[in-house]
Each structure stands twice: as structure tokens, then as C-alpha cells.
Design a protein around this ligand. Structure first.
Ligand code: BV8
Ligand code: ZN
Length: 244
């Protein structure tokens, strides 16, 4: 890319930033082979995430919802972080104040070495008891369909934030804090349609933050960000760490 190009502009901002905040979505894991939600590979047995990732769907047919999550767990278990995940973990190591908010439940950022991280929609390897609310890690692949709590015997659910459920209060507080106190916000691989994450770029802009987006396509936030870099995350994110 020519010097002074959009990429160079973002690199210059990153080089001088003390506080860096990053928001990621399914697009950053696409290059690891994890299907995105709204892309052409977004369906499972012709269901959309919005049909299955809801308390009503689980209430109505827990077996179907667990079959979907088991399918995703089996797939995610075969995936590895890609250069974009690794570059974000490296950026954290280089930055005095860094925080990553991810909408992804695949755990690949943590596998890549990210530690200053909020998984705002939860994690697919964590289960919660519908009876006693106990939360445990569960890496069974496959997981028994209709898994039950070891403590009270009630049905377990994925410890994931479904549509119509509020994000965990502590996570929302952390997101608000890091959005209002950053010099630059990177928004990577998200279609920007699911709230409240879809509103995060606007929150950062209200605080005068420089916002850059990395995506294959334009998004509803493209008009309000300072720079839109169009391309694959695995190709573009590592370039942000190259010397100016
Ligand atoms: C809530 C868990 C309070 C499931 C998920 C206003 C305010 C608050 C809420 C709402 C609101 N308006 C509407 C709502 C309700 C709802 C909502 O936003 N609905 C949408 C559909 C309109 N929000 C909620 O219910 C949230 N709850 O705020 O509580 C409340 C309560 C009740 C009523 C009102 C308010 C909870 C939302 C969380 C839902 N759970 N996931 C699971 O994963 O198992 S959301 C689901 O979508 C995933 O978590 C996913 O992360 C998320 C967002 O999708 P993306 O990550 O963006 O992925 P997508 O496929 O869409 O896009 C991929 C992008 O990557 C594309 O742009 C593509 O171009 C790009 N890409 C692809 N490949 C690459 C790439 N980019 C770069 N490189 C590549 N290689
Ligand atoms: Zn229990």
C-alpha cells in the first residue's frame, strides 16, 4: 500500500497510542475455518443463529440447540488461531494499556495468547446449570446431548449470551470503560448488526477516539469510522504491527 495510505495512517495512530481497544467478531475466526454467522456458510440445517441462540429455542427444543452447539464445538475443537489472532496478542504485549472485547465464543483469542480480554457473548467451552447456576468448563467432544449438572442433576446450557439476554453486567462495565478511555479502537471482522456491540464504535467516536475498521465488506459503521481497511483480517492485522 502506498505510504500515507489508510494502512499507514492506522499504523501511525497505533505507534503513538497509549490505550488501544479492539473489538472482534466472527470474521477474525473465519480464516481459522470457523463459519461466520451471516455469511454464506452461516446456516446449520437451515437454521440461523437468531433461531437457535435464544432462551425460547432452548426451552422449546433443548436437544436441537445442544445438537447445534455440539456441532460447533466439534468444529471449533479442530481450529487454531490464525495470524490475526496472534497479531492482536502481540499488540497487547507491546501496549501499556490494551483491552480486547470479542463477540466470538470460540476461545481462539485466548488460545493465541490474549489475556486482557472480555468474551462479551460468553465461551462455547463453558456450561451453566439451569438449576443451581453453577458454571464449569466442559471440553467434552462430543458433549452428551442434554448434559446434566454433576451437582444437582438439572439440565446444563451453554454459558453463552443468547439473543434477548442481557450481557453480563461486569462485562458491560468493562466495555464502557475501555471504549471511553482509548486513543484508538480497532473493529475487526464484525457485521455490526448485533447490539450492544454494534453500538461500540459510536460510543468510542463520542469520546473523540480514532476508530478503524477491518472487514471484507462495508458495514453499517463504515460511515462513522475514521478509516475502513478492506481485506482479510489474517492479511491486514499483522501488517499493522510492521514498523512504520
Ligand atoms: C442485549 C451467542 C439487552 C450465540 C450472540 C439494541 C440494544 C440492545 C439489544 C438490542 C438492540 N436492538 C436489538 C437488540 C436485540 C439483539 C440484537 O442485537 N439483535 C440483532 C439481530 C438486531 N441483541 C441482544 O439480544 C443482546 N442482548 O443487548 O440485552 C436486551 C435484552 C432484550 C431486548 C433488548 C435488549 C445479546 C446479543 C448477543 C447474542 N448472542 N452469540 C452464539 O454465538 O452461540 S450474537 C452472534 O452474532 C455471535 O455472537 C456473533 O459474534 C455476533 C455478531 O456477529 P459477527 O461476529 O459480526 O459475525 P457475522 O457473521 O455477523 O459477520 C462477520 C463479519 O466478518 C462480516 O462483516 C464479514 O464481512 C466479515 N468477514 C468475514 N470473513 C472475514 C471478515 N472480515 C475480515 N476478514 C475475514 N476473513
Ligand atoms: Zn446444578
Amino acid at each position: 500500500m502506498a505510504p500515507g495510505s489508510n494502512l499507514e495512517l492506522v499504523k501511525e495512530r497505533l505507534a503513538t497510542a497509549r490505550n488501544i481497544t479492539v473489538l472482534t467478531g466472527a470474521g477474525i475466526s473465519a480464516d481459522s475455518g470457523v463459519p461466520t454467522f451471516r455469511g454464506k456458510d452461516g446456516l446449520w440445517r437451515n437454521y440461523r443463529a437468531e433461531d437457535l441462540a435464544t432462551p425460547d429455542a432452548f426451552e422449546r427444543d433443548p436437544r436441537l440447540v445442544w445438537e447445534w452447539y455440539n456441532w460447533r464445538r466439534e468444529l471449533i475443537a479442530t481450529t487454531r488461531p490464525n495470524p490475526a489472532h496472534l497479531a492482536i496478542a502481540e499488540l497487547e504485549r507491546r501496549t501499556p494499556a490494551f483491552w480486547l472485547m470479542t463477540q466470538n465464543v470460540d476461545g481462539l483469542h485466548r488460545d493465541a495468547g490474549s489475556r486482557n480480554l472480555t468474551e462479551i457473548h460468553g465461551n462455547i467451552w463453558t456450561v451453566r446449570c439451569t438449576g443451581c447456576n453453577r458454571v464449569d468448563e466442559n471440553r467434552d467432544v462430543p458433549i452428551s446431548i442434554l448434559p446434566s449438572c454433576l451437582q444437582c442433576g438439572a439440565l446444563l446450557r451453554p454459558h453463552i449470551v443468547w439473543f434477548g439476554e442481557s450481557l453480563f453486567a461486569a462485562d458491560l462495565q468493562q466495555c464502557s470503560k475501555v471504549l471511553r478511555n482509548c486513543d484508538i479502537l480497532l473493529v475487526i471482522g464484525t457485521s455490526g448488526v448485533v447490539y450492544p456491540a454494534a453500538g461500540f464504535a459510536a460510543v468510542a467516536k463520542e469520546s473523540g477516539t480514532f476508530v478503524a475498521e477491518i472487514n471484507l465488506d462495508p458495514t453499517p459503521q463504515s460511515s462513522l469510522v475514521d478509516v475502513s481497511l478492506q481485506g482479510r483480517a489474517k492479511d491486514l492485522v499483522p501488517l499493522l504491527l510492521d514498523p512504520l
